[in-house]
Design a protein around this ligand. Structure first.
Ligand SMILES: Cc1cc2nc3c(=O)[nH]c(=O)nc-3n(C[C@H](O)[C@H](O)[C@H](O)COP(=O)(O)OP(=O)(O)OC[C@H]3O[C@@H](n4cnc5c(N)ncnc54)[C@H](O)[C@@H]3O)c2cc1C
Length: 237
């Protein structure tokens, strides 16, 4: 089956943390996706707009939100990064295709641990908001790892969710030395083990920088003894 291609209009481009852009686009009619999936943007080379390559971006919005929401961590010299900074403007029409991906919440009665660094929070926002709205009562712990308070974004929305849903818990993890904020000091890996009561009924979802994803996945399987089918990972290669 041919994956559908869509033209979409950019409605927001905002720097929400150093080197992190929040992007919003009008959702095209007919686009159906599942929380956790991603789209492929057609990204032209800044120096030669006829040279176009795809770049993956996880959908951070839920299926019933009006816009498509994304968050992108800039990579120095990267194609998509340069394009966002120098070319993309609100009102611009771009092309993307999708949805793709199987990074979806499994329907079971397990406790859920979400581990994200930086832009890796994107699919979890979609999944968590969707699940809670559907009345999902599973215990969910979101570990959001950043270096320092300046690198945080979207945390107030998760804090508000935490107040409204007793089964959802946010853990901000600061890997920098002086976070100067309420949260855990240390990398996500330091805290995860305390939240696994029964490994066979715990699901671990990891998303973000490839090194972190590999490390936490390995930890989940080898150190924490989670069964292979309970560990789900999306590396932002
Ligand atoms: C399923 C999936 C979902 C994703 N979702 C997101 C998301 O929601 N948000 C997000 O921020 N990212 C996401 N990513 C990652 C994203 O797709 C891009 O890979 C990332 O943003 C970098 O893209 P870029 O075009 O800016 O950099 P690229 O052009 O791909 O380059 C990456 C890095 O390599 C360097 N580089 C490039 N070419 C060379 C070269 N020839 N020699 C040496 N160095 C080089 C660049 O300077 C840059 O630092 C996702 C990835 C996957 C696979």
């Amino acid at each position: 089956m041919v994956t559908p291609s869509y033209t979409i209009v950019c409605t927001r481009k905002e720097l929400v943390a150093p080197n992190v852009y929040e992007l919003r686009f009008e959702k095209p009619a007919g686009l159906l996706f599942k929380p956790g999936q991603f789209l492929l943007f057609d990204v032209p080379l800044v120096q030669n707009p006829t040279d176009i390559q795809p770049r993956a971006c996880s959908i951070a919005s839920t299926t019933d939100e009006q816009d498509l929401l994304f968050v992108v961590k800039l990579k120095q010299g990267g194609r998509m990064s340069e394009w966002i900074v120098n070319i993309l403007t609100v009102g611009q029409v771009i092309t993307m295709k999708g949805p793709f991906g199987l990074f979806l919440l499994r329907p079971n009665d397990h406790n859920i641990l979400f581990a994200a660094t930086g832009a890796g929070i994107a699919p979890f926002r979609s999944q968590i908001l969707h699940a809670l709205k559907q009345g999902d009562k599973r215990a969910m712990h979101l570990f959001f790892g950043v270096r320092s308070i300046q690198d945080l974004f979207w945390h107030t929305e998760f804090e508000s969710l935490q107040k409204r849903h007793s089964n959802f818990h946010l853990h901000l993890c600061f890997s920098g030395e002086h976070p100067n904020v309420a949260g855990e000091i240390g990398r996500i890996q330091k805290f995860l083990p305390h939240f696994i009561k029964k490994s066979e009924s715990t699901d671990l979802y990891v998303c973000g920088a490839p090194d972190m994803v590999t490390d936490i996945k390995k930890m989940g399987l080898e150190t924490l003894g989670l069964p292979k089918q309970n560990v789900h990972a999306e590396g932002y290669i």
